[in-house]
Design a protein around this ligand. Structure first.
Ligand SMILES: [Zn+2]
Length: 281
């Protein structure tokens, strides 16, 4: 997640560490269409890390390939064919659209490694967050730190290059289909929670959110359409606004806490639990 609201990437200068209070202008594009160009300009940050181009989507989803970014955009425009909720990342298989989840074998053995550089407190919070998802979804996470086997995903601190390339980022995650599955914790992750909370969130809340991406969920605050047919990403919706096809869950952990629309407490909402159980019965 990012300290600043995502759309601020383009709307408010990226001196955005201070932009937390920046008011989101109501955009009035000429056309209603939520185009790829608009999505890319407003929600994707192209970053160069050690000579490699990567794409930070909505402040905390780090894609290595343009195809993965495309998939994210597509998943906002069309309903998947498997009945999954709109706030699940969607991938295309054999021309059909499905929720981006681990298959029935992998989901019972989602191996991971935690870098030894991660401190004991954060490690404890990570184990707590993993257990929360396990408690509501048909998934099993297995720590294989110390073994020579390759894990499904890795949890580590950001490198100096990553810190430089992505200022203001607190943590970044991945979707099950991504070629590079790494949960990265940045300096801000430690600094923000060293002496309190951030918009009411603690380390546990951020870890729950990032792991939510890791099991396939995308952001709950995504694009909404107001009564005038204008697409906005404010999350500060009017009564008429709606989220693609699904009702928005203002308690979802897949929000960012800065949004005033968010009413949750940094823990899984009942809808989060319900939909993840639907995805992983
Ligand atoms: Zn996120």
């Amino acid at each position: 997640m990012k300290k600043s609201l995502i759309a601020l990437l383009s709307l408010c200068a990226i001196a955005a560490l201070l932009a937390l209070s920046c008011t989101m202008p109501d955009q009035t594009p000429a056309a209603d269409a939520y185009t790829w160009d608009r999505f890319f300009a407003e929600s994707v940050q192209e970053v160069s890390i050690d000579g490699q181009t990567r794409y930070l989507i909505e402040g905390d989803i780090l894609a290595s390939e343009m195809a993965e970014v495309r998939q994210y955009y597509d998943s906002m425009l069309e309903e998947p064919e498997d009945g999954s909720r709109a706030t699940v990342n969607v991938i295309r298989k054999s021309g059909k659209r499905y929720a981006d989840t681990y298959n029935s074998t992998v989901r019972w053995n989602i191996t991971y490694k935690i870098s030894t550089a991660i401190n004991a407190t954060t490690r404890t919070n990570l184990e707590w967050a993993l257990a929360q998802w396990e408690g509501v979804a048909g998934v099993d996470f297995k720590n294989i730190t110390g073994s020579s086997a390759t894990p499904v995903f890795t949890i580590r601190n950001a490198t100096a290059s990553e810190e430089n390339a992505m200022p203001g980022v607190i943590a970044s995650a991945f979707f099950p289909s991504y070629s590079n599955k790494t949960l990265i914790l940045f300096n801000d992750f430690y600094e923000l929670f060293a002496s309190g909370t951030f918009y009411g969130w603690d380390q546990k809340a951020v870890l729950l959110h990032e792991l939510g991406h890791g099991v396939g969920l995308r952001h709950e605050f995504i694009w909404t359409k107001n009564s005038a047919g204008t697409w906005t990403q404010t999350g500060e919706t009017s009564a008429e606004a709606y989220l693609m096809s699904a009702a928005r869950d203002d308690y979802s952990i897949m929000f960012y806490p800065q949004y005033s629309a968010y009413k949750g407490n940094g823990r899984l909402s009942s809808e989060d639990s319900r939909w993840i159980a639907w995805l992983y019965p």
